[in-house]
Ligand binder design. Structure first.
Ligand code: ATP
Ligand code: MG
Length: 422
């Protein structure tokens, strides 16, 4: 064994599998480059490449047409770091890239801000093997959760909206989350359900959860929010589904600040393969933040004149708010089959709504009332019912299509550079 070989506690070593982990290191200073070269050589199974900052800015993140799993990046200061991270995270393909920054004497505040902005680790300029191995271990663990890149790219955020009371949005959100948890488990990972109906949310009842999330803690100390706190707030649902429930006592909808909601979603999206969000009927100061991060937005409505009119108003309002590009479609719930008193056709409803209707769910009073009385979602109670099969079909589409995100940041693209085809 040479001095460079990283010696890990055997239990840690067993838990880690760095095999095939691809790491791109970018550093200009002699000290940072020396640390990287010295220590990375000791990590068995890690393929690494070291670039200067100017080479990096020319090549982008993709080295030899491959996106690495980890980027170790030397930055001058917090501002420099924030610019790089913003540009990297604006690329949907780099959402899962583990970013580890090397920074000279970062303040505690800077570390907190950077972690919030999507950085995974902030290390000193000359990290030792323990620091580096800790960071790689976190990346390796995330990689196990995320599986291969193709399946990792199937991460989705799905939002359920409704414009008239009792449309069936929560029931659909709950059933979808339960079903997506099953899918997530196949790939290794989890789904979570976030009930943002802070006043009257009842997803917990539909799942018969024993307790509710203590959102008052979040409201009082939003600065403490990190992934661990979020996980502690979540309640375990069926099959390992993570559920952030509405609080015990109804909260004013603006009791939790927009920035806190944004942080909750950002953490949830980074750590869960599927994030399902049930929204309140009322528009709030944070509605746009939720909709902007969604891959699919389903507006649940019944097909009658009153319900369609409310749904249409909501669509108009969202479009007026400059949210015209959001991936919104409608779901016709309790849609009668032919001969059951159907008055308005789907084509007519689509014309009124001015958005497509993606799915039609039958009315199944018996199944749904039993399901909510017993706290066992329909998809678990009767997986072969028409209602459950329609959920399956809806979610099949969800797993294969993602929203194409608009580029943000300051015009750098860290995904494709110099004709590299990834
Ligand atoms: N397809 C359906 N067939 C029969 N009953 C349904 C159907 N979908 C939902 N329901 C029932 O309608 C009621 C309202 O559903 P849900 O709570 O999901 O609506 P919501 O849109 O979330 O309403 P809220 O405004 O209260 O948030 C529930 O009792 C539910 O069991
Ligand atoms: Mg509801």
């Amino acid at each position: 064994m040479t001095d460079n070989v990283v010696v890990l506690d055997s239990s840690v070593e067993e838990a880690l599998n760095f095999n095939g982990l691809r790491l791109l290191a970018v550093a200009d200073s002699q000290e940072a480059r020396a640390s990287i070269v010295n220590y990375l050589a000791g990590f068995e199974g890690v393929e690494h490449e070291l670039l200067s900052l100017s080479e990096f800015e020319q090549n982008g993140v993709a080295v030899h047409a491959e996106i690495p799993d980890v980027l170790v990046l030397e930055v001058r200061d917090e501002k420099d770091a924030a610019l790089h991270v913003e540009a990297i995270r604006a690329e949907p393909e780099l959402e899962l890239l583990h970013i580890c920054l090397l920074m000279k004497s970062p303040t505690k505040n800077a570390i907190v801000n950077l972690l919030r902005s999507g950085v995974d680790d902030v290390l000193s300029l000359t990290p030792n093997e323990i620091e580096l191995s800790g960071s790689l271990a976190r990346s390796a663990a995330l990689r196990t959760v995320g599986g291969d890149r193709a399946t990792a790219n199937r991460r989705r955020t799905i939002v359920f909206l409704h414009a008239s009371g009792g449309a069936g949005a929560t029931t659909l959100a709950v059933n979808s989350a339960v079903q997506l948890q099953k899918t997530a488990k196949k790939f290794g990972g989890n789904a979570c359900l976030i009930d943002l109906d802070l006043q009257f949310g009842d997803a917990d009842l539909q799942l018969d959860l024993p307790i509710r999330s203590n959102l008052v803690n979040l409201m009082k100390a939003p600065d403490r929010l990190d992934f661990r706190m979020l996980e502690n707030l979540m309640v375990a649902g069926p099959d390992g589904l993570h559920v952030l429930t509405a609080p015990d006592e109804p909260l004013p909808l603006d009791a939790i600040e927009k920035s806190t909601i944004e942080n909750v979603l950002s953490l949830a999206r980074r750590h869960h393969r599927y994030v399902v969000i049930d929204m309140p009927i009322t528009l709030t100061s944070w509605t746009d933040s939720v909709l902007k991060c969604a891959d699919h937005i389903f507006l649940v409505t019944q097909v009658n004149v009153l319900a369609l009119r409310s749904a249409r108003r909501l669509v108009d309002t969202l479009q007026e708010e400059n949210l015209g590009e959001i991936p919104i479609t409608a779901i016709a719930n309790r849609y009668p089959s032919k001969g059951q008193g159907r008055k308005i056709s789907i084509a007519e409803a689509e014309k009124m709504l001015r958005i497509p209707i993606k799915s039609q769910f039958p009315s199944d009073f018996c199944l749904l009332i039993n399901s909510s009385d017993q706290g066992v979602p329909a998809i678990m109670q009767q997986p072969t019912s028409k209602y459950s099969k329609t959920i399956d079909a809806l979610l099949d589409g969800v797993a294969t299509t993602a929203r194409s995100k608009k580029k943000q940041g300051f015009g750098m693209s860290f995904f494709k550079r110099g004709g590299l085809d990834v």
